[in-house]
Design a protein around this ligand. Structure first.
Ligand SMILES: Nc1ncnc2c1ncn2[C@@H]1O[C@H](COP(=O)(O)OP(=O)(O)OP(=O)(O)O)[C@@H](O)[C@H]1O
Ligand SMILES: [Mg+2]
Length: 342
């Protein structure tokens, strides 16, 4: 049963806040309090859902990659999306953000259907995502990468081109915003460096910063910590929590259960394309369906070099197609951090 859509722009401190916590309460407490009485059941309604998914399926040949009956994502909280390799997490992100089309199903953001919209339109409406394999353009500078993230924010191409004054002031605004975000993510000293010279962790930071250029309401992060060294992991975690502080809704794919427990207000578990469990982090490890899914998934089997090369080549091809770059793309996770759990 979908929750009533909430007006655009509502945050954790707004419509979804329980009456017992005042508006001054920290977003984390608000998000957790809002979810406190929600039953730990697959497909359960949330008090204030930003995203609602219904009957979404995606098959590849004979394989069902995603088959989600009903899923609601609470506004203003951090939802951890977990599941063994191949569970369908990335495919679900691709579908929700317009990077892939489902075989069937509908989904909405603030009550507005998002099906059939391009990634660009989805991001302009306020839903952005980052990629498991980072999509920074190596031969552009850090700042240029940021400005790409702002594309189409205001004054779409045609009109913008007709009115250079508007175009220039927009560009100035975007540059200021990009520099401010780069400062926040401690990348400002690198603004004129080619993105190709950044470390894997810095690219993850750049991608997160770039996603924020459009002032999103919902941010979907696909393994933002993968391939990042421990020092930067803490900083990335802090940035993810900051998004919630600022009232954003975060959906976050992560394999490390300590991180998931630390950061999530709610956890959704996928296996074989389906949501098999959801609840607060403490509910998940005792859930028999979750234990079975992980045990049955051989998720510790390491990737062979051939498999890894194949996965990377596929990813590079699809990224190059999306970006039209002819392959000028960084692929920092030569080895996935989660120990070859693919
Ligand atoms: N473009 C594609 N063509 C064929 N099969 C695909 C394609 N994309 C995904 N799949 C398959 O769909 C299933 C779900 O993949 P997906 O990448 O969504 O899983 P995931 O949960 O993100 O896994 P991981 O934790 O390893 O990132 C897998 O079996 C995968 O091989
Ligand atoms: Mg994935």
């Amino acid at each position: 049963m979908p929750a009533d859509p909430t007006p655009h722009g509502a945050t954790a401190a707004g419509a979804g806040a329980p009456a017992s916590l005042g508006k001054g309460a920290a977003p984390q407490r608000l998000a957790q309090a809002a979810l406190r009485d929600v039953p730990w059941e697959v497909g359960v309604a949330k008090p204030d859902a930003a995203i609602v998914v219904d009957d979404v399926t995606r098959t590849f040949g004979g394989l069902t990659a995603v088959a989600v009956d009903h899923l609601e994502i609470q506004r203003g909280g951090i939802t951890g999306l977990i599941g063994p390799n191949g569970a369908g997490k990335t495919t679900l992100f691709n579908l929700l953000t317009g990077f892939d089309q489902p075989d069937s199903g509908t989904w909405s953001f603030n009550g507005r259907p998002l099906g059939k919209l391009s990634p660009h339109r989805v991001s302009r409406l306020g839903v952005v995502r980052t990629f498991q394999l980072t999509k920074a353009l190596s031969r552009l500078t850090v700042l240029q990468n940021m400005l790409l993230g702002a594309q189409g924010q205001k004054g779409e191409g045609f009109f913008r081109a007709l009115v250079p004054g508007v175009w220039r002031s927009q560009e100035r605004e975007n540059t200021e915003k990009a520099l401010e975000l780069l400062r926040r993510f401690k990348l400002d000293a690198k603004k004129d460096d080619f993105a190709g010279t950044l470390s894997g962790g810095q690219r993850k930071l750049l991608e997160m910063a770039r996603a924020l250029m459009t002032d999103p309401e919902v941010v979907m992060l696909d393994e933002p910590m993968a391939g990042v060294n421990p020092a930067l992991t803490q900083s990335l975690l802090g940035h993810v929590k900051d998004l919630r502080e600022q009232g954003m809704t975060v959906i976050f794919v992560e394999h490390d259960m300590d991180v998931v427990r630390d950061i999530s207000d709610w956890v959704v578990v996928m296996a074989s394309g389906k949501v098999i469990a959801e609840g607060p982090p403490e509910s998940i490890s005792q859930n028999q369906a979750v234990v079975d899914a992980y045990l049955g998934a051989h998720h510790d089997a390491p990737l062979t070099v051939d498999e890894e090369d194949r996965v990377l080549a596929e990813a590079e091809r699809s990224i190059a197609q999306e970006e039209g770059t002819g392959g000028d793309v960084i692929d920092p996770e030569r080895r996935p951090r989660h120990g070859g759990q693919r």
